[in-house]
Design a protein around this ligand. Structure first.
Ligand SMILES: Cc1cc2nc3c(=O)[nH]c(=O)nc-3n(C[C@H](O)[C@H](O)[C@H](O)COP(=O)(O)OP(=O)(O)OC[C@H]3O[C@@H](n4cnc5c(N)ncnc54)[C@H](O)[C@@H]3O)c2cc1C
Length: 435
């Protein structure tokens, strides 16, 4: 059965979320310093009551199933909600924080739930889900992020402890986090899939040194530096049970979280794109040059039409991918789709933001409008959780496994061969009619 409609009960929730975002959440980005700063009294006074309202509506932590305190709506409904939450930004987005679905905590909670010990769950998973603690994922290293084979941060056993040494780069939100999930080499001689292990490291452990907090250009990331920390792990000693998942299986653990993270970014991107399109159309109708509205100019019309067509195609791909995740309940079976939405998200968001900026002229390029940050967001989606090139290769590789080479030198669809086969199949009719 094919159906493109949202059930009326959930549509009511989406309508509520839409109004709530417009009236209560989106204004916050202009008055609070940073949505992750739990020490800011203004943030606490304004955000905490909103989180309670979201809970009251049954929309808190919609990415989670009931066993973890979420409503278990599934990924398709999450996609529809995330479109609305994705409107807020730039940089650290308020919407997902008010609704308990902010990255990287969502993915980190996912692996803690999946692989964590009882104690790890009590200490970290519960507060992460409740939104009273933040976490960071520390995988990428300064010398390379696309290729895990170049990671050199090590964890070595020493008595009752593991000792971590190395440097990590672009660990998002680490400066607000209480816990870092760190990928380190524990079996240097093993195959890449068995070479690393994942560790749960409290941020205040001696030896966790922040070299600097790197800021994404064009994003607003609050006072005191950016949100993407360059960290040195200098003889960081943690207990044996700080391992998350089995020893040597860190790569697999990381992949578990990255699948969901990639598709959630794509869902939120739809919201950003729609906002850019709305602004583009409003401006085209409001601004005139050379005696006519911008909306009358055919090249402007082309930009608007193309933006809408790109967004609609992308949105359908996102929704279908979400549907497949619900259906198969296994990210591995949807890997190709997730790679595809990630690549397309970056392209479409960058393209739509550029068009919207262009239609706004100099105003569009200024800090008084959000287009540069939207554009940067598009570029960010093309890098974080693996660059577009790698995901494009992944799509091609997986697609090719569904095919096999021909036996002969000509393709299956070679017309002379097909004609010969058809003539054989219908020989009696052709002979009867003298052809
Ligand atoms: C906003 C933001 C947030 C991030 N947050 C986190 C985080 O929380 N935790 C974390 O661990 N990391 C994080 N990252 C890092 C991110 O995962 C890496 O930037 C990414 O994996 C690419 O690694 P790199 O930057 O070292 O680029 P490199 O690995 O040096 O690659 C550079 C470029 O080379 C090209 N390239 C690479 N491989 C191939 C290939 N096989 N074929 C063709 N071309 C290729 C691509 O154009 C690529 O962009 C974040 C990044 C951004 C931008």
């Amino acid at each position: 059965m094919w159906d493109f409609e949202t059930d009326p009960e959930f549509q009511q929730k989406l309508d509520w979320a839409d109004q709530f975002m417009t009236n209560e959440v989106e204004p916050l980005q202009y008055v609070i310093k940073h949505p992750l700063d739990l020490t800011d009294p203004v943030r606490q006074e304004l955000i905490l009551p909103l989180q309670e309202e979201v809970r009251g509506q049954g929309l808190w932590a919609c990415h989670l199933g009931p066993e973890l305190g979420g409503p278990g709506y599934g990924q398709l409904k999450l996609a529809l909600l995330n479109e609305i939450l994705g409107r807020s930004g730039p940089g650290p987005t308020v919407g997902p924080i008010v609704f308990g679905t902010a990255a990287p905590d969502t993915g980190n909670a996912e692996i803690l739930a999946h692989y964590g010990t009882g104690e790890q769950k009590d200490r970290y998973l519960r507060p992460l889900i409740e939104g009273t603690m933040f976490s960071a994922f520390s995988m990428t290293e300064p010398q390379g992020g696309s290729d895990p084979k170049v990671f050199t941060t090590t964890a070595v056993e020493d008595g009752d402890s593991w000792v971590i040494n190395g440097e990590k780069w672009f660990s998002s939100n680490a400066r607000w986090a209480e816990v870092l999930l760190v990928l380190a080499v524990t079996e240097p001689e093993a195959h890449i899939s068995k070479r690393m292990s994942m560790f749960v490291v409290p941020v205040h452990t001696p030896g966790v040194e922040f070299i600097r907090h790197v800021q994404v250009a064009g994003w607003v990331e609050g006072d005191g530096g950016g949100d993407h920390s360059y960290i040195r792990y200098n003889n960081v000693r943690i207990p044996k049970d700080a391992l998350l998942g089995a020893r040597g299986q860190g790569f697999g653990v990381a992949q578990t979280r990255l699948g969901g993270g990639r598709v959630h970014h794509a869902m939120r991107s739809v919201g950003h794109m729609k906002l850019a399109l709305d602004m583009m159309c409003e401006r085209a109708l409001s601004r005139s040059t050379q005696g006519e509205q911008l909306a009358q100019k055919q090249l402007v019309q082309q930009m608007i039409a193309e933006a809408w067509m790109e967004i609609e195609q992308f949105r359908l791909l996102v929704l279908q991918t979400a549907w497949k995740i619900d259906r198969f309940n296994d990210y591995n079976k949807v890997r190709m789709d997730i790679s595809a939405v990630k690549v397309v998200a970056s392209k479409v968001l960058s393209d739509v933001a550029t068009k919207a900026l262009q239609i706004h002229g100099s105003l569009g390029l200024s800090e008084e409008m959000p287009f540069v940050s939207m554009l940067v967001n598009g570029l960010h989606v093309g890098l974080a959780d693996g660059p577009s090139e790698i995901h494009t290769l992944g799509v091609a590789k997986q697609l090719l496994t569904q095919y096999k080479p021909t036996d002969g030198i000509f393709p299956t669809q070679h017309i002379p061969a097909l004609t010969e086969q058809a003539r054989t199949k219908y020989a009696s009719t052709l002979v009867k009619h003298g052809r």
